[in-house]
Design a protein around this ligand. Structure first.
Ligand SMILES: NC(=O)c1ccc[n+]([C@@H]2O[C@H](COP(=O)([O-])OP(=O)(O)OC[C@H]3O[C@@H](n4cnc5c(N)ncnc54)[C@H](O)[C@@H]3O)[C@@H](O)[C@H]2O)c1
Length: 448
């Protein structure tokens, strides 16, 4: 058992990490500056929707494996390892905003006692671990020692817990054997599939790859992974655009691509582009790191450029379908979070599209299975309704933004439209085309 503090413990990564570490049998204190989220967590409620999280939280609280505090010193004072999971959003320049990480490090300097491992979970550019080390080294108290380790996070929102307990890999970046030993202790139960609470989706036959490397490589691996995923998305979007021009069928093209073992499946679904809290931000930060080192990131710039064009293309399709002027046109936006299965609306391209449509005078009605409250908190002007049928019936045009099962299962023939049929744009290729055709609805799928 290792005593662990998690700073930023009420955030997406901090919470899943904290719950995961506590489930492995480590006494874990989650610290955050967000008092209202902490209060919810004390009652086993999470503001971030993650399947299975709340029951697990309730169990860990009851068994006294996990606790919560707004005081960083309380989370740090008895901890042998302190995980930093605060946000690193984009600055206007594209560089990562490290202010929260630096604030945490400055306080840590006075709070750590004895030997402490500082584990950086936040996605931070190469060089940040040196910055943290410099801050902690200044006026260090007698008898206090530390190591700073990179342990990048690869979880996907909406499958965060599965990704914690059955990760594709765990990466630990550090040159210190002492720190590596503590990280091995922390992750040993995970690698042995041993938990103090019952986790039903653990596959105990699967070996979890555990990679030890230097801190620079660990940090760069995280950025490389996100850059690669973003590249696949821009790649398939570009192929889909071309397919549309030449009369191809993108579904068949994808089927033919992903069966190639050198290409494989995943992240080959055309859409409005990549949004959300990570891909765009991390790719822009990577471009900034390359610029700082006088290295021209031609590929990454191209990936970002294609991504920008995607949203414009969808907007143009909407304008084209509705004729001149969007004023007072009713547009149904299906899917408001940045993807299905989450209530996270940060940098959601649906919200961006809503803003552009509103600017042109359109009336937008949004629908989402999980994120309607979060979307209206961000955009109070956005009208939403949980009555999917009535959202569809009243619309001049419907845009499907994510692949929620609910949208896949719409039976368009059953809707009973009383006025003109809407035009449908399916940006994810998820709708039942037979049903659309039977209902006599005109539709367009990205990629043809
Ligand atoms: N969300 C993801 O899917 C994901 C996946 C992998 C990596 N990451 C990375 O993990 C990091 C965290 O991302 P997130 O999505 O969890 O962000 P988040 O905004 O959900 O969480 C950050 C948390 O840090 C807290 N915080 C900010 N300043 C603080 C301080 N000084 N002291 C204590 N708490 C503080 C905030 O209140 C918030 O609860 C980022 O670097 C991100 O790039 C995110």
């Amino acid at each position: 058992m290792v005593r662990i503090g998690v700073i930023g413990g009420a955030g997406y990564v901090g919470l899943v990490t904290g719950v995961g570490l506590a489930s492995l049998g480590h006494k874990t204190v989650l610290m955050d500056i967000d008092q209202s989220r902490l209060e919810m967590l004390r009652n086993a409620k999470s503001a971030n929707y993650e399947e299975g999280l709340e029951p697990l939280l309730a169990q860990l609280i009851q068994d006294d494996w996990i606790s919560f505090t707004a005081s960083q010193s309380e989370a740090v004072e008895d901890s042998e390892a302190v995980f930093i999971a605060v946000g690193t959003p984009s600055l206007d320049s594209g560089a990562a905003d490290l202010s929260a990480v630096i604030t945490v490090a400055e306080q840590l300097r006075d709070q750590i006692s004895g030997y402490t491992v500082i584990v950086v979970k936040s996605t931070v550019p190469v060089g940040t671990l040196d910055v943290i080390t410099d801050i902690l080294s200044r006026n260090l108290k007698e008898g206090v020692d530390f190591d700073v380790v990179s342990n990048p996070e690869f979880l996907r929102e909406a499958s965060g817990l599965v990704d914690f307990f059955a990760p594709s890999r765990v990466i630990v970046g550090s040159g210190s054997e002492k720190a590596r030993n503590i990280l091995r202790d922390i992750y040993a139960p995970l690698l042995a599939h041993r938990t103090v609470v019952e986790i039903d989706f653990i596959d105990s036959n699967r070996e979890i790859p555990y990679i030890e490397t230097d801190a620079v490589s660990a940090q760069l691996t995280k950025y490389a992974a996100n850059a690669f995923l973003a590249t696949r998305i821009s790649f398939i979007n570009e192929i889909a655009g071309l397919s549309e021009k030449v009369g191809g069928n993108i579904k068949d093209i994808i089927a033919g691509l992903e069966l190639d073992p050198r290409i494989g499946p995943g992240y080959l679904q055309p859409g409005i582009g990549f949004g959300g809290p990570c891909l765009d931000k991390d790719l822009r930060a990577l471009v900034q790191v390359a610029d700082d080192h006088s290295y021209e990131p031609v590929l990454f710039n191209g990936v970002l450029h294609r991504n920008k064009l995607q949203l414009r293309d969808v907007f143009n399709k909407i304008s084209y379908a509705l004729g001149p002027g969007l004023y007072q046109k009713r547009i149904a936006l299906l899917g408001l979070a940045f993807k299905e299965g989450t209530n996270d609306v940060r940098h959601s391209l649906s919200i961006k599209l809503f803003r552009e449509l509103r600017e042109q005078g359109a009336t937008v009605i949004g629908h989402d299975s999980l994120a309607m409250a979060e979307a209206t908190e961000l955009e109070p002007d956005l009208k939403v309704s949980s009555e999917l049928d009535s959202v569809l019936r009243g619309a001049d045009l419907v845009v499907v933004m994510n692949s929620d099962e609910l949208y896949r299962n719409i039976d368009w023939t059953e809707l009973g439209f009383s006025h003109e049929l809407p035009f449908v744009i399916d940006t994810r290729g998820v709708l039942d085309q037979n049903s659309l055709q039977k209902a006599g609805i005109k539709y367009q799928i990205l990629g043809g």
